[in-house]
Design a protein around this ligand. Structure first.
Ligand code: CTP
Length: 450
């Protein structure tokens, strides 16, 4: 089989071979090439030792010499070149405690997690596939290389990787691999939050985010996202809900309806997380979740902190969830108020959340043009565009007066903020009132009255 490597990768293999070493593209990039997907990065495995790799290239970075990795820089592109190695145990489930270099490509391939990730390729050596990676790509299964218990025992994060690859590729997990994954899910408690977050986000932004259900089945969410298990255990009974529906199942339908965007999918995952603790059942047996968004924003905040994601992500997600407290009507004043509350730059995301929530209510049925909920969301989009076109004021900084104007009228300290907030409320309702004359007159009138 012949695969097309990018010229820079061929160049690296070529140089190493000319110096008498073996060298192959390996792992995820070979898998992606066979699947005609674009690889995220290009890894090279070689019989050369790190110092020998360094001697072959002009610009290198010592990325992880202890683990055999040298980064070769070609112009602005970086390529990780790693010496054939056999890993020791990952006692911290993060890095192997020790690595032993080997001169055998086969041994290097046998330490890898899944058969589809354990293939190497070079133009000279062809495809090296000793674990049946091609067969499993054709069968569309994720299967461990050799003993699944050993592979998961070496690094418990692989339990999440199995599900994440299944979600990205639309594959299933081979039964013996899945059974071993369930046995090793408890090992995730030793894995760093950062590595867990990477896998969770890759799963969420994949074409099959519903594979989070597989994570639950294997006991992964119980360790890394118990909030989701609680959602799955919380029943929903409304006149339009499916028999046996749960908050978690509704969330999964919302996830599927959301575009494959990090913030949007994370918001879809967490916006109903406040429902378990606010659930009430009325005398007819219907469920209600009063102000679930307040609890949801708090829970989402905690989850995102625990996963050690960045503050901007945390703020964006919690703000979108908090925005559910005021779902606007389609008139301009309501939409301006809502845009102010969620932030004008987040309003498209907010409408996407409303859309996904309604799509989840419809149990995944196709959206009909005459559906009133979707017609309303479309009108909200139109209204938003109109407001942006008009340049209507949406925040305090858009007001025609500022703190200095107010100081000259005798306003001091917190009075200034208070007045501006009141003035904003007024101009959100009627942008025509956003003139200096009107607001100054209002300010002096209020001052006089106070
Ligand atoms: N690998 C492994 N066990 C891990 C992580 C990685 O065996 N816990 C091996 C696999 O052979 C994998 C390769 O190292 O293919 C590169 O790992 P990584 O870059 O994390 O994943 P990719 O397979 O390249 O997938 P992607 O970049 O698409 O996430």
């Amino acid at each position: 089989m012949r695969l097309r490597l990018p010229p820079k990768v061929s160049f690296i293999l070529d140089i190493l071979e000319r110096h008498g070493f073996e060298a192959y593209a390996v792992g995820g990039c070979v898998r992606d090439l066979v699947l005609a997907r674009t690889p995220n990065d290009w890894d090279v495995t070689t019989s050369a030792r790190p110092e020998q790799v360094k001697a072959c290239f002009r610009r290198t970075v010592d990325t992880g010499l202890k683990h055999g990795t040298v980064t070769v820089m070609l112009e602005k592109d970086a390529f990780e070149v790693t010496t054939y190695r056999i890993d020791g145990d990952y006692s911290d489930s993060r890095h192997p405690d020790s690595v032993v270099f080997t001169s055998s490509l086969e041994q290097d391939l046998l330490r890898r997690d899944f058969t589809i990730n354990a293939m190497a390729y070079s133009d000279r050596g062809g495809l090296v596939d000793i674990s049946g990676g091609m067969r499993d790509l054709q069968k569309r299964v994720i299967r461990c290389v050799g003993s699944p218990d050993r592979r998961f025992g070496e690094d418990a994060l692989r339990v999440m990787r199995a599900v994440r690859f299944a979600a990205q590729l639309g594959f299933s997990i081979e039964p013996a691999t899945a059974e071993a994954a369930a046995r090793h899910a408890s090992g995730l408690s030793r894995v760093s939050a950062e590595r867990i977050a990477v896998e969770l986000l890759k799963l969420l932004t994949s074409p099959y985010p519903e594979m989070i259900l597989e994570m639950r089945r294997l006991g992964i969410t119980a360790r890394v996202l118990p909030e989701f298990d609680r959602m799955m255990e919380t029943p929903v009974a409304t006149p339009s809900s499916l028999p046996g529906d749960t908050v978690g199942a509704h969330t999964v339908r919302a996830l599927r309806a959301m575009p494959e965007d990090r913030i949007l999918r994370l918001t879809a995952l967490l916006y109903e997380s406040g429902k378990p603790e606010t659930a009430e059942t009325d005398e007819f047996g219907w469920t209600h979740f009063p102000e679930y968004w307040t609890a949801g924003a708090r829970i989402a905040d905690g989850v995102i902190r625990r996963l050690k994601l960045d503050n901007a992500t945390r703020k964006a997600v919690t703000n979108l969830i908090g925005g559910l407290a005021f779902i606007p009507e389609t008139d301009a004043a309501s939409v301006r108020k809502s845009m102010h509350l969620v932030g004008p730059e987040s309003f498209d995301d907010y409408l996407a959340l409303l859309w996904a929530d309604k799509a989840a209510d419809r149990n995944g049925e196709a959206v009909r043009d005459d559906d009133p909920d979707f017609m309303k969301i479309n009108s909200l989009y139109d209204r938003e565009r109109q407001i942006l076109r008009m340049g209507d004021p949406l925040s305090v900084k858009d007001l025609a007066v500022d703190g200095t104007d107010l100081e000259s009228l005798g306003y001091r300290g917190p009075e200034i903020g208070e007045f501006l907030k009141g003035a904003l409320d007024e101009v959100l309702g009627d942008p025509g009132k956003n003139t200096k004359e009107h607001l100054l007159a209002l300010a002096s009138e209020r001052k006089g009255a106070g």
